[in-house]
Design a protein around this ligand. Structure first.
Ligand SMILES: Cc1cc2nc3c(=O)[nH]c(=O)nc-3n(C[C@H](O)[C@H](O)[C@H](O)COP(=O)(O)O)c2cc1C
Length: 384
């Protein structure tokens, strides 16, 4: 029996990832910010939702497909951007993109990736979205937007909920940081996880030295030039609506804004030309007092009033969570940790299995609610 055979749900993948990954990497994925209130709150809000199912009904031949931004989806799910995914499994970005393509869903590549966007576009293709952290050096950011547009990015996802470095003490204690470096603590941690050490880190070292952030300019990956350029490529605390206007004008594809919680911001962003918003609190990783995304979602949906796309994330662990999100008015959900745990445990096969598990749960959830299609999942199912 392989590890994947023992994983029946997302929680199993989390436990398997904990065994394979060094503690520093497992905690980087799993944990959140400060006292980790927001991450619990997200789950509480999802688990509080009650459904009043309909029966008896013929719910055979269920159809999980839907449409997002004008294109068909295998199911209403998008793989969210998770920075440095390639640290968990050798070139995990390619694995995530391949599994997404096979499932007929988009993969969002984050700015911070160990494989370049161009390489994923060339070697995998499919519906590729690119997540942008707008850097303080705007010109280098705009050059990156042009690069991914030229390489065929379908959608630009601009993340706006991370103006400063989040407070995550566990990363400091564990010696985790990007670019990837080693300390006595992290070396011990790595040595205690030989499957990861040989299956992931060693492969990078043999191929091309320490893992590098491939969407960043080359100067960032060279220890001699990094100190001068790194501050220009950090987080920016000056991203505002005019900036979204500028990005809208320069990117030819769809534009989504990620990390939107307030209905007024959603309305303003759509007025600024965004094709939609992603209701997200970054998986509870940034603002520890953030409202749960499932609590914020209904007001955003009604503010947008069907004029643009609404996606929600932060806390999706079961297919039934997707049913709840759609019933609350979302067009689709995103998974961050779930699919990254899959990649951490089994690369492409691991991500594929996580997607299969979620698809199976979504299908069962729909049958149990008395619906056959995604379109039939409406607010009528919700207990108010
Ligand atoms: C390890 C990790 C890295 C992440 N990196 C990014 C990132 O680079 N950019 C971004 O917009 N969101 C990032 N996120 C947030 C995800 O895109 C997503 O909003 C969040 O994971 C959703 O919550 P979930 O993990 O409970 O599914 C990251 C999340 C995790 C877990």
């Amino acid at each position: 029996m392989g590890v994947l055979d023992d994983c029946y749900n997302v929680a199993d993948f989390r436990r398997a990832a904990q065994k394979r990954l060094p503690k520093s990497l497992f905690e980087y994925i799993d944990r959140a910010t400060e006292d980790e209130v927001a991450v619990r709150n997200n789950r509480d809000a999802i688990e509080r939702i009650r459904i009043l199912p309909r029966a008896p009904l013929d719910v055979s031949n269920r159809e999980l497909g839907s449409t997002l931004l004008g294109k068909p989806m295998g199911m209403p799910l998008v793989i969210a951007p998770t920075g440095a995914a390639g640290l968990m499994w050798f070139e995990a970005e390619l694995c995530l993109a391949r599994a997404a393509k096979a499932a007929g869903i988009p993969y969002t590549m984050p700015t911070g990736s160990l494989v370049s966007f161009e390489r994923v576009a060339k070697e995998v293709g499919g519906r590729l979205w690119f997540q942008l952290y707008v850097w303080p050096n705007r010109q280098i950011s705009y050059d990156l937007v042009k690069r991914v547009a030229d390489a065929g990015a379908e959608t630009l996802v601009v993340t706006v909920d991370t103006p400063v470095n989040p407070i995550r003490e566990y990363n400091i204690r564990n010696g985790f940081g990007l670019p990837f470096r080693h300390s006595l603590t992290s070396l011990t941690d790595m040595t205690l996880h030989p499957r990861w050490l040989f299956g992931t880190l060693l492969k990078y070292l043999i191929a091309d030295g320490m893992p590098k952030l491939r969407n960043h300019p080359a100067a960032f990956n060279d220890a001699r030039t990094r100190p001068a350029i790194a501050p220009q490529l950090g987080l920016s605390d000056t991203v505002d609506i005019p900036e979204i206007h500028r990005l809208r004008a320069m990117f030819p594809g769809k534009l989504l804004v990620k990390g939107v919680m307030h209905p007024e911001d959603a309305r303003n962003l759509v007025a600024a030309g965004a094709d939609g918003v992603i209701v997200s609190n970054h998986g509870g990783r940034n603002l520890d007092a953030a409202m749960a995304t499932f609590d914020a979602l209904p007001a955003v949906v009604s503010a947008i009033g069907g004029k643009a796309t609404v996606i929600v994330d932060s806390g999706i662990r079961r297919g039934l969570d997707i049913v709840k999100a759609i019933a609350l008015g979302a067009d689709a959900v995103q998974t961050g940790r779930a699919t990254l745990w899959g990649a951490s445990v089994g690369g492409e096969a691991g991500v594929t299995k996580v997607l299969d598990v979620l698809r199976g749960e979504l299908s069962a959830g729909m049958a149990n609610c008395g619906v056959r299609t995604i379109g039939q999942i409406t607010a009528d199912l919700l207990v108010r």
